[in-house]
Design a protein around this ligand. Sequence first.
Ligand SMILES: [Zn+2]
Length: 390
Amino acid sequence: MINDTLIIIRFREHLALEVEIVLVLFINMSCSYADGLSPYDDKGVLGIDEVFDSSDSVREKAQKLAEWIKAAEHVVFHTGAGISTSAGIPDFRGPNGVWTLEEKGEKPHFNVSFDDAVPSFAHMAIVELVKQGFVQYVVSQNIDGLHLRSGLDRSFLAELHGNMFIEQCTACKRQFVLKSATTSVGQKFLNRQCSHVKQNSQTCRGKTKDTILDWEHDLPEKDLLMADYHSNAADLSVTLGTTLQIIPSGNLPLLAKKRENGRLVICNLQPTKHNKKADMVIHGFVDEVMRHLLEFLDLKVPDYNPSSDPTKTPETVEWTLKATDVAAAKKMYKEKCPPVKRKKKSVVSSVNSKVTKKEKVPPSDHQTSIVKTENDISENTVPVEALKQE
Ligand SMILES: [Zn+2]
C-alpha cells in the first residue's frame, strides 16, 4: 500500500528561544491526523550531500568496530531513521528525505506502509547482537515500530519518541502492542479499552492513547531513564542512521566519551553535528556496515520471523517497560558511574545558583521534555555553504 498522508508532529520548547521542530510522518490514507497541525519552517539542516567511504574502507572500519565491541564492557546502539530506509520508510533530512523534498515542494518517495514494512537487515542484526551479549542496550528515535517487530525484547529498548504500534492506558499506564499502526498521533484517545486484566479478573476500565509525542509532551519517563542510565554507563556508543540533530536523543551517544577509554562511533551517510567528537565515522549504508560487523563477530543474522513479531501474533502482547528493568538499570548505572566528589560550594553561590536542590532523575541532567533541532550540525564537519538553508 502506498502512503501519502502527511502527519506533522510538533515539539515546542517553552524556554527562551521558543524553538520548535516538526516531525513529519507518513501513514496510511485511512488516517487523517494533519487536522489542526500546520507546517513549520525550522526542520534543522536538510539535504546535505551524502558521503560514501569505499567498500574496502567500510569493511576495514567494520572490522575495527567489531574489535571495539569485543573490548567494550557496555555497548549502546542509538538508532535513527537511516536504519529504516532500506525497509522502505523515508528518512527526514537525507537528500531524498521527507523534509528535504518538502522544502523543494516535492513529495518523498516511499513504497511501503508501516503495517507492510519489514525490519531491515540491521534491525535483525541488532537482535542477534543483543542476544549474544555484544550490545547491552538500544536507544531509538524511530516511531516505525521496526525494533519491536524485529523481536527485540522490551528490556533492551528505549523508544524516546513513541511507537506507531503501541497504545498506552491512561489509567494503569500499561502499554500494549497494536496489530496495525495507530490511526492517531499526539497521544490521542484511540477509542479502545485497556487490555489489562487485574488479579481479581476484572478488566482495567482505562482507555488507551497512542504514544507518539506531540506538542509540549514530555519524553516517556521510563524510556528516557533507561536511555540515560545505559548511555551514561556505555563505554562504546554506536549511532546508526541519525544526524544527531534532535535533542536530547542526539546528545546521549556523547556520554560514552565521559567514560575512561570511552568511544563514540558514528555510522551515517551524511555528516553529523558530532563527527568531530567521534573516534570513528563510517560513511556507509547501515545494512552494509552491519553485514560486515556480524561477519567479523562470526554471527549469523536471523531472518525476520512474523511469529516473533508481536503485531502479527493473535494474542495481545504487553509492551510496558518493567519497573524491575528500570531498577536494575539504575543499580547498574550507580555501580558503573559512582558519583564524582565535588568541591563544596560557598554559601553565597549555593543560594544564588539554586543548585543545592536535589535533582530528580534522569541522572545526567538532560532535558526531559524538549526535543528540538540544532542548526550547528556542522560547523566543524561540512562546508559552510552546504549549511545555508534555502
Ligand atoms: Zn489499564
